[in-house]
Design a protein around this ligand. Structure first.
Ligand code: GTP
Ligand code: MG
Length: 612
């Protein structure tokens, strides 16, 4: 009987015009076993006019006939076995309308299943109720679930202190739970929007405030439910169009390339300029193909095949967005929260396939930062991530991956790790990490292998330009005059007939490094790019002058490797103790700094002695 009631609700949802443009707000009920999650949900359905009274009556009759006490939870528990055992064994999702708004209420069976459903995309809650039994008080699971909600990035959380009837509606009991739990939630990064005393059995504080708790002046359950903010409709969000395939279409003579995929969010139409990540290639939508005739636009949830001008060479897994829209992140190193499902522990030496949307990249675990037992959330030995553990890890990909770090785009933030053919774990990408020094050697040998040399040899260039290609790096603390000296030396070299060029750090950070923020965490990657840009310029035979803040010995060694075989000359400026072993030290007392540098370069045979 109850199964029927639930399936009718689904039908009803269809007839309520709940489409992707009228997205239901998903609200999950979490909390310790038996604290009344299903009862609160069931009572909420019963209290709202949405539920036909005869359905409730049928349920009462069913319970009577089967010798059971009537339970509101039965309304929610959608599986027959569940009623037999009295526990929730699967995620019941119930479409529901209240005050002309669409909701999807999720009765979470246990946090592990819920977490699994969230990371694999089976469930996607935007708000949560955390149910606590007034008599039993805060239990382990109450805390775990709080932690889990924060892990999943749920910000709209309301605490429900249920079964107030069992504690004679005692204000002191309620307040003691409220005062203990709020600080815990704050610690895991959640501010509860409200803490409501309830009785699912008696229906207190559901749709209006109950006279049994005159001391409570906060909102009732209906009010907070209607207060949750709905997600922006998918079509209104920024475009995310992951490429599933590229077809070369030669039926007509045009040999068109069709770029095919399903729009996760946003809209696209002919004439739009798209940027594809991670390649950052740009093109304009020439047509949106649709059988039997072409259209001009496609929207969230639709499969689309588009043609582009110019035609780009792209691969499956690239994600398109509008050029001027919320950009995606891309990189080869990330930090992630991982939920491990496989019986075989996560292994650092092994490579896994990471799948995110339509992209698939080879991934290795670089570091296991934190491991917790998913049921106790207690920290564990960091070396092993076993089945049902939650870990904070750093991953390193073989190819660059495009992704989002924003909960608004869950499909390009959540990933699964595949071991062979099996999904071994899943999680959320939480941070992008800059380039790792450990990867440098690998990357440089790759570059060497793929390098396409110039027809003009190094020695021919040296002979023609009369100079040895050198990176002259001026470093030191702030306001030590690095930039001014670099530019003066550049000018002096030029006047002497040499071929110098000045490469400012700002030109790299806001040009080649425009996809990275200028924050300190990206310094190594910015330096790497500075090194690569210098390497190209040095290859043409130039003397490259660069000024950078407080370069260290390690960073110097890095740059040396990147620009090799060209040479690196370092100049430390300022009177403070240097952060590196520099070839030359200059401070305010050095009389002619430009001449000192030029003499050094002459001695080192970078440039000929003046006059020769
Ligand atoms: P699981 O899904 O198994 O984790 O349990 P649950 O959290 O969904 O709890 P459920 O709604 O099944 O309720 C557990 C028991 O508590 C049932 O026997 C309910 O009748 C009882 N219960 C729920 N709410 C109330 C309440 O407000 N007052 C009283 N007295 N009992 C309640
Ligand atoms: Mg339940």
């Amino acid at each position: 009987m109850r199964n029927r009631a639930v399936s009718k609700r689904f039908v009803k949802m269809d007839t309520c015009n709940t489409t992707q443009w009228d997205l239901p707000l998903s609200v999950v009920f979490t909390g310790h076993v038996d604290h009344g999650k299903s009862s609160v949900l069931g009572r909420l359905l019963a209290e709202c006019e949405d539920l036909a009274p005869e359905k409730l009556e049928k349920l009462r009759l069913y319970c009577q006939r089967n010798g059971k006490l009537f339970e509101y939870a039965f309304l929610t528990d959608s599986l027959r076995q569940e009623r037999a055992q009295g526990i929730t064994i699967d995620c019941a999702r119930i479409p529901f309308r209240l005050a002309n708004r669409a909701f999807q209420l999720i009765d979470a069976p246990g946090h592990i299943e819920f977490l699994k459903n969230m990371v694999t995309g089976a469930a996607n809650a935007q708000a949560a109720f955390l149910v606590i039994d007034a008599a039993e008080g805060i239990q382990e699971n109450s805390r775990r679930h709080g932690k889990m909600l924060s892990l999943l990035g749920l910000k709209q959380v309301v605490v429900l202190v249920n079964k107030m009837d069992t504690v004679a509606y005692d204000q002191a009991v309620f307040e003691s739970i409220q005062h203990t739990f709020a600080p815990f939630l704050a610690k895991v990064g959640i501010t509860a929007r409200a803490v409501i005393p309830l009785s699912a059995r008696e229906g207190d504080n559901f749709i209006s405030l109950s006279s049994k708790m005159p001391w409570y002046h906060g909102p009732c359950l209906r009010e907070v439910l209607l207060g949750f903010e709905s997600p922006a409709s998918l079509a209104e969000q920024a475009l995310r169009f992951p490429l599933q395939d590229i077809y070369k279409f030669s039926a007509d003579k045009s040999q068109r390339r069709l770029y095919v995929g399903t729009l996760q969010s946003g809209e696209l139409q002919t004439g739009d300029t798209l940027t594809f990540y991670p390649s950052r290639k740009q093109a304009t939508v020439k047509s949106v193909e649709h059988f039997p005739q072409s259209r001009t636009r496609a929207t969230a949830g639709e499969a689309a095949a588009i043609t582009l001008t110019p035609e780009l060479f792209l691969e499956r897994g690239e994600i398109a967005t509008h050029a001027e829209s919320v950009p995606l992140s891309s990189g080869t190193r990330v930090e992630a929260t991982l939920f491990w499902l496989s019986k075989e522990p996560l292994t650092q030496s092994k490579s896994y396939q990471l799948k995110l949307g339509t992209a698939s990249v080879e991934a290795r675990v670089e570091e296991i930062c934190d491991v917790r037992d998913a049921s106790t959330l207690r920290g564990k030995d960091c070396a092993i991530v076993g089945q049902n553990d939650i870990a904070q890890i750093r991953l390193h990909f073989k190819q660059t991956l495009a992704f989002d770090l924003d909960v608004r785009f869950p499909e390009s933030q959540r990933f699964v790790l595949v071991d062979g053919y099996r999904v071994a774990g899943g999680g959320l990408l939480t941070d992008k990490l800059s380039f790792a020094p450990a990867e440098l050697d690998d990357q440089l040998s790759q570059r060497k292998m793929k390098w396409i040399g110039s027809g003009i040899s190094h020695s021919e260039r040296v002979k023609r330009l009369k100079q040895t290609p050198t990176l002259l790096l001026l470093t030191g603390p702030q306001r030590s005059g690095r930039k001014a000296l670099a530019q003066s030396v550049e000018r002096a070299l030029f006047e002497r007939g040499q071929w110098p060029t000045y490469l400012g750090m700002g030109s790299v950070v806001y040009g080649l490094g425009a996809d990275l923020s200028s924050e300190e965490g990206n310094r190594l990657e910015h330096l790497r790019r500075l090194g690569e840009a210098s390497h190209l310029l040095l290859g043409t035979g130039l003397i490259v002058l660069v000024s950078a803040l407080n370069i260290t010995d390690t960073e110097k060694q890095w740059l040396e490797k990147i620009i090799s075989p060209a040479r690196l000359t370092t100049v430390w400026m300022g009177s403070s103790s240097p952060t590196l072993t520099a070839d030359l030290r200059l401070d305010g007392k050095t009389s002619d700094q430009v001449q000192t540098v030029l003499s050094y370069l002459e001695n080192e045979k970078v440039i000929p002695t003046y006059g020769n």
